[in-house]
Design a protein around this ligand. Sequence first.
Ligand code: AMP
Ligand code: MN
Length: 199
Amino acid sequence: MGEAGILSREEALRFESPQWKHACHVLFYAPCHGRLFGKFPLRYAVLMQMRFDGRLGFPGGFVDPEDVSLEEGLSRELQEELGPGAALLQVTKQDHLSAYTSEKPRRVVAHFYIKQLTLEELQTLEEKATQAKDHGLEVMGLLRVPLYILQDGVGGLPTFLTNSFIGNAREQLIHSLDTLQLVPREQLQKAVNMAQKRP
Ligand code: AMP
Ligand code: MN
């Protein structure tokens, strides 16, 4: 086992259904040049979604017993939540970053994938997302994460991090921004610290 509580795909598969339910979610990101107001670097487009429950999360969901693999289950969930644009993308075993287990309110193994896209691919996903079966139902809309900190020191990423997130999506986001180096480490640290100070 690597970091405390973080499992690899293989380790996580030892938690067998039906005692454990497996869920898969994915972070899609693309390099994104340009600056907000000609000043703040956009860096990357990172996709999250507003969920039906008012929390932020990543696209994906529970794998069904009928799904032949975790990735097949994820692919089905992505089609439901993101619509026809998801069919153009394959998330594979190699994109698996981590998994973690939680026992409350029920036993869930949450798998997390990350996949880099071109900005064009990501824009196609965004454009087609309103055609998804779950649009306006389980998914209230896709969004991009602001990766900059505005002049006042709180606008942008620090304020974004004060939202409510499902499961450990907030930790997954911060961990990914750090390991993929989507935000310089000292900026990320500053954003996390600022977010902690706000009510
Ligand atoms: P969903 O069908 O997308 O709500 O996902 C199934 C379950 O996975 C939910 O009950 C959540 O508790 C959990 N979950 C959703 N998103 C995440 C996430 N990003 N990280 C960890 N667990 C999640
Ligand atoms: Mn879902």
